[in-house]
Design a protein around this ligand. Structure first.
Ligand code: SF4
Length: 318
């Protein structure tokens, strides 16, 4: 996860919920990818460390468990950079030029100059992040599936050229619900429209109360269509199925008003995030504990990365 700001509901619904479950079944490595953040935030690089702390505090408070998973900071494991460099020497340029997210992110983050060598190589660094731990499985949403396919192709190419080191990582496709932000566009840090995990109950109340709804539902007595309503994307991700069915019926028949409907999701989120908020407060009071937990994770990750790189160098012939 890129440390570019506080984590929001999109991260919870699209990744964190799943990661918490996975740590019961797999040996998981979760990384705060500081160098990936730097590739787009290089003009604001001082923020990365602060945001690393924020992400770690969010992770620990939501339920990622350092006893079960390795939680670490990418830039503390220099071997990622070495593998990235070596892989970049063997990747044909067109493999990167055809990556669809390259153009997409450039479009999304127009205020930033992303026409850089490092940004083009973003998927190579991602591949290094995966292969260095010899990951068998990587949980990703549909939008990242192409990157994983590329990582598999790169692993195959390396193994063919130098001998087998890397397993081909399998994709574990996870459903990433499309959550709308407060302005109706996709919830995203870059659009400044997100509802953050650490928002207070008052902030959650304020942000959702002022959110757009189905624009065709102008008056209370007009029926609405939840499929055209940004607020309903939140219900879909966080409210029980039976409650959702009630809302769909209530909206389509105008039995329920938008204020009442919004209050359902506001109350659900405030309740759902109550224990998160309590834990986060405790962590915020003990910043050293967070850095200490990350340092322990860095140590574990580093051992594995060092051992993989010894193999890589030997196979190449250095
Ligand atoms: S009732 Fe709910 S789902 Fe329907 S338009 Fe209003 S906020 Fe959206």
């Amino acid at each position: 996860m890129r440390p570019t700001g506080p984590l929001h509901l999109g991260h919870l619904a699209g990744a964190l919920r799943n990661w918490i479950k996975l740590q019961e079944q797999y040996q998981c490595y979760y990384s705060i990818v500081t160098w990936h953040a730097f590739s787009s935030e290089y003009q604001n690089s001082k923020e990365i460390k602060k945001n690393t702390f924020e992400v770690a505090a969010d992770w620990l408070s939501i339920g990622l468990d350092p006893q079960k998973s390795t939680l670490f900071v990418q830039s503390e494991i220099k071997e990622h950079a070495e593998l990235h460099l070596l892989l970049s020497m063997i990747i044909p340029l067109p493999w990167l030029q055809r990556v669809p997210t390259f153009k997409e992110m450039q479009r999304e983050l127009q205020e930033k100059d992303l026409n850089t060598y490092g940004f083009l190589g973003y998927p190579v660094l991602q591949t290094a992040d995966i292969l260095i731990y010899k990951a068998n499985v990587v949980p990703v949403g549909e939008d990242q599936a192409y990157h994983l396919e590329l990582a598999r192709e790169i692993a195959r190419r390396f193994n063919r050229l130098f001998g087998k080191v890397f397993p081909e990582p399998q994709i574990m496709l996870t459903e990433v619900p499309k959550l709308a932000g407060t302005d109706g566009r996709k919830m995203s840090k870059s659009f400044h429209n997100s509802i953050n995990l650490k928002d207070s109950p008052e902030e959650i109340q304020k942000k959702i109360s002022t959110m757009m709804t189905d624009t065709k539902r102008k008056r209370r007595k007009d029926p609405g269509n939840p499929d055209d309503c940004p607020v309903f994307t939140l219900h879909k991700a966080f409210v029980s199925k039976s409650k959702r069915e009630e809302i769909i019926h209530g909206c389509q028949t105008a039995e329920i008003g938008c204020l009442e409907c919004k209050q359902i999701i506001i109350d659900t989120l405030i309740k759902k995030l109550a224990s998160f908020r309590e834990k986060r407060k405790i962590y915020e009071e003990k910043p050293d504990l967070i850095w200490e937990i990350l340092e322990q994770g860095n140590k574990k990750a580093r051992e594995k990365a060092i051992s993989t790189m010894e193999e890589v160098r030997e196979k190449i012939g250095f």
